[in-house]
Ligand binder design. Structure first.
Ligand SMILES: [Zn+2]
Ligand SMILES: [Zn+2]
Length: 400
């Protein structure tokens, strides 16, 4: 409202002072009226409405700068509803995703596992159909998907960008495992292996088994869920790197997001995939997934291919030239620098090479000071909140 943002830079004359006074009065009046309007309403017929007790509803913006010209889209391609074993009706997924600032969402109810079938009719496309208009209204990209839910091993696969899940295979015998996945290949789906290793007691549950290799060689496996909810599957990250598969992260949410995640912390978000896409469209998301331009994100932690994590870090974090030099009592000189995190991501840095500040925590949208003796040309840090392999963090060199 530019009307209230007028700055008077000269000494106001009498007329201007009257106008300023009137504006202040009007502003005060508007604040009073709006406060009143949102606290209670009397309809004059014996009803007092306590709107003040309602939770304010708004969409959060998750700030992540563009990376090498790509938009960083926040996507969760693994969620459940009552149409399989989730606890919520599909519209709740839409409300949550909108409020949390997601760009894209997929409902991926289980095909082979529908424990609510006595109460909710089995209909594999129904979640998507119930949601698509509301999602469009909310400017959310809704991607159609299903979770192909085989016994472990091989376990579960998500097929997204499908056309129709009604003919998918519901029978869980292992002889049908391959055919069950191939049903979605016929529809040109993007397929990722979900939460490998989720049942550690079962032999072969976290191994690159023959069936998975067969799918991979026949271009029926395009990614692996490296982050699922509250777990990072480190071995799966190595598979993605070594085999050129797309790194995925998802919530696999069954309950309310607010029930499972401590969203009172500013760095806690549902686990998701950051997709570096040329534009905010389903087609651009699909292109980015096929090209493997993703980073999996679980609140403080990021996992992905080194090249993408490095580009993401560079887009988010900036180091300013030294703003202060301190001469110590012993004659040594220290230079001070400001390092800024311009994103809602979280980075933790531990010094590996050079002489300077040993540990830096970059909270979302914040800055820290670092210092180094004069003459230091660079500091090298491990970003310990990231994984580029199961045993390696992203290493960044900060030139001073
Ligand atoms: Zn699953
Ligand atoms: Zn699931």
């Amino acid at each position: 409202m530019p009307f209230f943002c007028t700055f008077v830079l000269h000494v106001p004359d009498e007329g201007t002072q009257i106008i300023i006074a009137m504006r202040k009065l009007l502003l005060f009046g508007l604040i009073f009226v709006s406060t009143f309007a949102y606290s209670q309403r009397n309809d004059g017929n014996g009803m007092l409405y306590l709107d003040e007790n309602q939770r304010p509803v708004y969409r959060e913006n998750i700030i992540i700068p563009d990376v090498r010209g790509y938009k960083v889209l926040k996507c969760d391609f693994h969620t459940h509803t009552v149409f399989s074993d989730g606890h919520v009706w599909p519209n709740v997924r839409n409300q949550e995703a909108w409020e949390e600032g997601l760009d894209a969402l997929a409902i991926t109810d289980h095909i082979e596992y529908t424990p609510h079938r006595e109460d909710v009719k089995v209909a594999h496309n129904r979640g998507y159909e119930l949601l698509k208009d509301d999602a469009a209204k909310n400017n959310l990209i809704l991607v159609k998907g299903s979770e192909i839910t085989r016994n472990t091993p091989p376990g579960h696969f998500n097929a997204i960008f499908i056309d129709d899940a009604s003919g998918f295979i519901e029978e869980r015998s292992s002889e049908k495992d391959r055919a069950a996945v191939m049903k979605s290949v016929e529809q040109k789906a993007f397929i990722f292996w979900n939460h490998p290793g989720w049942q550690p007691g079962i032999e072969g549950s976290y191994e690159w088994i023959d069936l998975v290799d067969d799918l991979y060689r026949n271009k029926a496996l395009h990614g692996i869920e490296v982050i699922n909810g509250f777990a990072i599957h480190l071995k799966a990250l190595d598979w993605c790197i070594d085999k050129g598969l797309t790194v995925m992260g998802s919530s696999d949410i069954h309950n309310l997001v607010a029930h499972d995640y401590d969203r009172s912390k500013d760095y806690v978000h549902r686990s998701m995939t950051l997709v570096m896409a040329s534009e905010r469209t389903p087609e651009a998301i699909r292109e980015a997934l096929d090209a493997g331009r993703t980073v999996a994100w679980a609140s403080k932690y990021l996992a992905g291919k080194e090249e993408h994590l490095r580009a993401l870090f560079r887009a988010c974090v900036e180091l300013s030239p030294s703003h202060y030099t301190e001469v110590k009592g012993n004659g040594n000189t220290m230079n001070y620098y400001e390092i800024r995190n311009n994103s809602d991501l979280y980075f933790e840095l531990v010094l590996k090479e050079g002489n300077g500040t040993r540990r830096v925590v970059l909270y979302p949208r914040s800055a820290q000071l670092i210092s180094a003796p004069a003459g230091t040309t660079s500091l090298t840090y491990d970003v310990t909140s990231t994984y580029v392999r199961s045993d390696r963090h992203l290493s960044v060199q900060l030139p001073l």
